[in-house]
Write a protein of this length. Structure first.
Length: 104
């Protein structure tokens, strides 16, 4: 049986958390913790939200909103690309049909 990886220590708003993660994913976890710490410090620094729990919820809501907006933009771009590809395919088919008719 393999030995589990030791938890990784990260600091968020001056508090240390020990978090288990897969081998090789430590750098991503540390990067994510630094990003979260930065965002939470920004919210705390604004002075509009007081309390670690509330700060965490506000940051989570902001990140969720950003993620959903990005997904919407990607979906829109994919839809636009799909329409463009369909249009190009139709133009190619018309050109090929015209070319075939010229050969006859």
């Amino acid at each position: 049986m393999s030995k589990p990886n030791p938890p990784v220590a990260v600091s968020i708003l001056g508090k240390e958390y020990r978090i288990a993660c897969d081998a090789g994913a430590e750098d991503e976890l540390i990067g994510a913790a630094r990003f979260l710490d930065h965002r939470m410090r920004e919210v705390r620094g604004s002075g509009k939200v007081i309390g670690t729990d509330r700060i965490a919820v506000m940051v989570a809501l902001n990140l969720a909103n950003e993620l959903l907006q990005e997904k919407s933009e990607q979906d829109s771009a994919a839809s636009s690309a799909s329409k463009r590809i369909r249009s190009l395919r139709e133009r190619i088919e018309i050109a090929l049909n015209d070319s075939t008719q010229l050969e006859l």
